[in-house]
Design a protein around this ligand. Structure first.
Ligand code: FE2
Ligand code: FE2
Length: 242
């Protein structure tokens, strides 16, 4: 089975446009109890932030296309070391957020994933480890790093990913987290555009016709896993579906 390029692109974009969850509004407008936020931070860290450079590395080692490997190597190097932009590994910078909230940081060494989070992690591991470089690359660089606004990354006429000033970041605006602890969101505003562009270039230009259907299947599984994760965290922080 093969898939033409425009169908492939639409299938991928339609997955990303469904990467939205009803709990997003509560996180964006301060509707989550302050003393429950640590659950969200712990799950996010253990589920994909801590190991994100490894996911990119899994795509790298499986990829036979040298130009794609160079993009992945650059992404991996920045995420793992911060050597290009951030100055520190991105997973370490993420931890500034819970540190700023006064969370017990020892808990981050041994977080237990909620069942719904584990489901998402299993999908990520499955498709980054042994389903070819194309699926690994799509899951790591398009799905995990991407937003519902991916169309805006590749189509000049589509709405762009909204980038609010850091002062309007929900953790600052609604919970008073000092801006200095938002080091990772600040860095991502700078480097992430390059990662989005490289991700789409790679997937649209280098994934062969015969590999496209498998990539779409991997992305749909990731979306399913992501929804389980979001449901689990919403429940754990005490939110009710409106
Ligand atoms: Fe990052
Ligand atoms: Fe990135």
């Amino acid at each position: 089975m093969t898939m033409d390029l425009s169908t492939f692109k639409e299938e991928l974009l339609s997955v990303m446009e469904k990467k939205v969850h009803w709990s997003g509004a509560a996180f964006a407008n301060g509707g989550v109890a302050r003393d429950k936020l640590y659950i969200h931070f712990e799950q996010e860290f253990r589920l994909f932030v801590r190991d994100f450079p490894i996911f990119v590395g899994r795509a790298y080692v499986q990829c036979p296309v040298a130009s794609v490997r160079r993009d992945l190597a650059e992404n991996l190097y920045e995420e793992e070391t911060g050597g290009i932009a951030a100055g520190k590994p991105h997973p370490i910078l993420f931890l500034e957020i819970p540190r700023g909230f006064g969370c017990d940081m020892r808990r981050f060494d041994s977080v237990q994933l909620l069942a719904g989070s584990q489901k998402y992690r299993d999908v990520i591991d499955k498709f980054t480890e042994c389903h070819g470089w194309e699926a690994a690359c799509a899951i790591a660089t398009i799905f995990i790093e991407g937003t519902p606004y991916e169309r805006g990354e590749i189509d000049p006429n589509a709405p762009k990913r909204p980038v609010q000033p850091l002062e309007q970041h929900p953790l600052h605006a609604h919970y008073g987290l000092p801006l200095e602890f938002l080091a990772l969101p600040r860095i991502h505003r700078g480097v992430e555009g390059g990662h989005r562009e490289a991700a789409w270039r790679t997937i649209l230009e280098h994934v062969s016709e015969s590999a496209r259907p498998g990539v779409v299947e991997a992305m749909k599984s990731a979306l399913d896993g992501w929804h389980s994760y979001k449901e689990a965290v919403a429940e754990a922080v005490g939110l009710r579906r409106p």
